[in-house]
Design a protein around this ligand. Structure first.
Ligand SMILES: *[C@@H]1O[C@H](CO)[C@@H](O)[C@H](O)[C@H]1NC(C)=O
Ligand SMILES: *[C@@H]1O[C@H](CO)[C@@H](O)[C@H](O)[C@H]1NC(C)=O
Length: 409
């Protein structure tokens, strides 16, 4: 063998030793109690591992969650999030050492608020067996459990965490990237965990793009476009500018909105086993109604056509329904994506602002319309008021305009 070959062989051996020592952490890990699991996943952050055996016959999973590198004064938790992702909704298995008895305690705790102290409680699925042990040699806490998995699927979002025990109960965990990035998916049947173990960065980016596109299009541009139509057309000088502005706002909202809708469909198909039915169904309804509005624009009868009144009623009813549904769905999206609180607050701020502007303009409109009527009845004492169709039409269709305002309240 020449030198090059020797170097290559040596590197291969080194690599194999290195790789198998990594694998040792997971696949070849020896449990004290000699438990054996068929699958193991090394979770991407926090020195944590999930071992499991899935029994298809009774849809149960025997699992061991190992959290290495923690002292006995810490709590650890691992959870499936059945309906959402992230912390809220997490169906958790928790373990920590009781400092007065030094006994380790394992129990279940469903999480419904960020302020949780991980109090014991029943999960949305059965956990017939749960126990924990502390291996002082490796500074490791291990939770063993049997899960009766929620029916109909084997793929779930998972979350794991560790934090301090304060006055006998789990205290808030740190906010480092290892603590906020400890999410991912696990498929008990195929053994797959999502790329990198967590919600990968690219998936996270896609989710954020989806959220931003749809919030801007359906949640901000669309209501703005409705405001321009409703309040600008009172001013005769703004005719037909209001119409072009309205059409421009709504068609750009529609284009951006359809792009955002597409990203939603893609996200849905990329997360098999995780369904957000209501959010998805409202999204599809919105797409259909939005498309109808675009076609309705092309089919609109002339201003003085006898059917124009019905067309207006239809156009307004569908339009305000779309706005109300959009806002509902955006909040549903916030619940699913679970972004930093400031984004939801910012959007609530935008909605309140738009509603306040609408309320002020509504009052002004009525004042202008009533004044104009006054003036016109002065001008035409015999009641010839055929010219005020525009202003009248506006004041008269006050039905349903509360749609977006009541949402904000
Ligand atoms: C489920 O099935 C497995 C293997 O068939 C068995 O070992 C296990 O005890 C069963 N679990 C329950 C909770 O019935
Ligand atoms: C710790 O153990 C003591 C004695 O058994 C018990 O009274 C206490 O409630 C336990 N604390 C916790 C947090 O479980």
């Amino acid at each position: 063998m020449d030198r090059l070959q020797k170097t290559l062989v040596f590197s291969c051996v080194l690599f194999c030793v290195f790789a198998s020592s990594l694998a040792q952490d997971c696949k070849n890990y020896q449990f004290k109690s000699n438990n054996l699991f068929s699958t193991c996943s090394s979770l991407p952050v926090q020195n944590a591992f999930l071992h499991w055996t899935y029994h298809a016959a009774n849809h149960t999973a025997d699992i061991a969650f190992r959290h290495a590198g923690v002292s006995s004064s810490r709590w650890v938790a691992w959870a499936l999030n059945v309906d959402k992702s992230g912390m809220l909704g997490a169906q958790s298995l928790v373990a920590f050492t009781n400092s007065s008895t030094s006994a380790i305690r394992a129990y279940t705790s469903p999480i419904s608020a960020y302020t949780t102290t991980l109090a014991p409680g029943k999960l949305s699925f059965d956990v017939p067996k749960i126990s924990a042990e502390f291996s002082s040699s490796g500074d490791e806490i291990i939770i063993f459990a049997t899960l009766n998995l929620p029916s109909g699927r084997t793929s779930f979002n998972q979350v794991w965490q560790e934090g301090p025990v304060q006055s006998g109960a789990p205290g808030a965990h740190a906010q480092n990237s290892a603590n906020t990035g400890s999410t991912g998916t696990v498929d008990f049947s195929s053994g797959q965990t999502s790329a990198g173990g967590g919600i990968g960065n690219s998936k996270k980016r896609k989710r954020n793009v989806h959220g931003v596109l749809n919030t801007v299009a359906w949640g901000i541009l669309l209501p703005l476009g409705a405001l321009t139509a409703r309040y600008l057309k009172v001013f005769k000088s703004a005719d037909p500018a209001w119409f072009y502005l309205h059409a421009f706002c709504q068609s750009s909202a529609y284009i951006v909105g359809v792009a955002g809708w597409g990203t939603g469909l893609k996200l849905g198909s990329d997360s098999p086993g995780v369904t957000y039915d209501t959010h998805r169904n409202i999204g599809i309804t919105l797409f259909i109604l939005g498309t109808l509005q675009v076609f309705a624009l092309l089919l609109r009868p002339k201003k003085d056509h006898k059917y124009r009144l019905y067309w207006n009623m239809y156009h307004h009813a569908v339009g305000y329904t779309v706005i109300a549904l959009s806002i509902v769905n955006i909040f549903k999206g916030f619940d699913i994506l679970d972004p930093a609180k400031k984004w939801k607050r910012a959007y609530i701020g935008v909605i309140i602002f738009l509603a306040a502007v609408a309320a002020i303009l509504e009052a002004l409109t009525w004042i202008i319309v009533l004044k104009r009527k006054d003036n016109e009845s002065d001008k035409y004492p015999h009641g010839v008021n055929g010219t005020n169709g525009n202003g009248n039409g506006n004041g008269a269709n006050g039905y349903g305009h509360g749609g977006y305002r009541s949402q904000a309240a």
